[in-house]
Design a protein around this ligand. Structure first.
Ligand code: PMP
Ligand code: GLN
Length: 385
């Protein structure tokens, strides 16, 4: 073991290991069913692997263009035009990224300066605030209030000031499964009109929206789109979270700034996966069918828990189900999640970790991106409590 010769002055003194890593490790240590970290326990289709292997064998293994291969950017442009009626230019307004996490970090690094404020909504996805703080910015917290987790735009208005540089939104929302509606986007457009505030829209679950609702993409809102960076991820859409491929849409001037950082952050994203995804995307049913696919899983999982003592909250999108456990335990949510993993053999994510003030509504998050057999086995264990 080496001992550091420098006294480390951490830029992120509050940050430890992410809850996803912590809970997945605990689940493995306890041989528990892992419904904590969000990833599927089933395979993507062979056609995606075949297309990717074909690209590798055909020698597509050197650096691709910095913004991503043109075939993939063209496929993304067509999808976005068809779904949201938005015309993003393949050359200047679409960039392929190494997943959404890199896209978010790069967007923040490109636009947020030391001392700038960034409005985030909590519960807040765990990568946003550390990224803001790494570049010297300050997160300002708006609330999505339990139990419906709707934004309060008057509160957001009260948080805006001369230092506000960016507002980060996430819909469908992780961890709550709530959605922004098009009138929410109108409110946001009103609030930011005439300002230089950049909107960063995390839409990684754009295709996972339930009960016939439509995803209100910022891309479809012309006024808002003009000040926005829109982020998506193929990890969620094609069941390949470990591939780490996503993309960003933005108006040319914003994208030019994004790319200045992107090219020195990752430069490019692995070539054969881009070719594989570009080919696989040609069949639109593969992303359009996702909502029905996950709605069936949501229904199955909710049925499993219907006879349990968990109280299920609504889930309008994403592959996460929130549940109150007050009828089972008085423990704070972090302790309850550990207890559940150890004693009941099912791992979940405590929702208070997504809040800076630690407010604990005694709610945990289950991931239902799992095979029915996994969900049934978890259901059996959870019904015993
Ligand atoms: N944003 C949200 C809301 C997410 O849930 C996730 C991953 N689950 C990401 C970003 C990161 O996506 P990626 O794995 O493509 O980096
Ligand atoms: N976004 C995934 C989740 O919410 C996890 C991603 C990660 O492990 N960083 O569970």
């Amino acid at each position: 073991m080496q001992k550091s010769a420098v006294a480390v002055d951490s830029k992120l003194p509050q940050v430890g290991t992410t809850i996803f890593t912590v809970m997945s490790r605990l689940a493995a240590d306890c041989s528990a069913i892992n419904l904590s970290q969000g990833f599927p326990d089933f395979q993507a289709e062979a056609a995606l692997f075949d297309a990717t292997c074909r690209a590798m064998r055909a020698g597509r293994n050197q650096y691709p263009p910095m913004a991503g291969i043109v075939e993939l950017r063209t496929a993304i442009a067509s999808k976005v035009r068809e779904l949201y009626g938005a015309a993003y230019d393949v050359e200047g307004e679409i960039t392929v990224t190494a997943g959404a996490t890199q896209a978010i970090f790069t967007a923040i690094a490109a636009f947020v300066r030391a001392g700038d404020e960034v409005v985030v909504f909590e519960p807040v996805y765990d990568s946003y605030v550390p990224a803001i703080e790494t570049v010297g910015g300050r997160a300002v917290f708006a609330s999505l209030r339990f139990p419906d987790y709707r934004p309060d735009w008057d509160q957001v208005r009260s948080l805006l000031g001369p230092r506000t540089r960016m507002i980060i939104i996430n819909s469908p929302h992780n961890p709550t499964g709530s959605l922004l509606r098009s009138d929410d986007l109108d409110r946001l457009a009103n609030l930011t009109r005439g300002s230089d505030i950049v909107v960063l829209a995390d839409e990684v679950y754009e295709h996972i929206v339930f009960d016939g609702r439509q995803h209100a993409s910022v891309a479809a809102h012309a006024e808002l789109a003009a000040r926005s960076i829109v982020v998506s991820s193929f990890g969620k859409t094609y069941h390949i979270t470990g591939w780490k491929v996503g993309y960003v849409l933005a108006a040319q001037e914003l994208m030019a700034e994004f790319r200045k950082v992107h090219q020195f952050n990752v430069f490019t994203v692995n070539t054969p996966c881009q070719f594989g995804i570009a080919e696989y995307m040609q069949d639109a049913s593969r992303h359009l069918g996702l909502a029905a696919f996950y709605q069936a899983k949501r229904e199955f999982f909710r049925q499993q828990l219907a006879a349990s003592r968990f109280e299920l909250l609504p889930c309008h999108g994403t592959y996460f189900q929130l549940a109150r456990y007050g009828a089972i335990s008085d423990l704070p949510d972090r302790e309850f999640a550990c207890w559940l993993t150890r004693e009941a053999g099912v791992a979940a994510i405590p929702v208070s970790v997504f809040r800076h003030d630690g407010v604990d509504d005694r709610v945990v998050r289950f991931c239902f991106a799992k095979q029915e057999a996994t969900l049934a086995a978890a259901g059996e264990r959870l019904r015993r409590l």
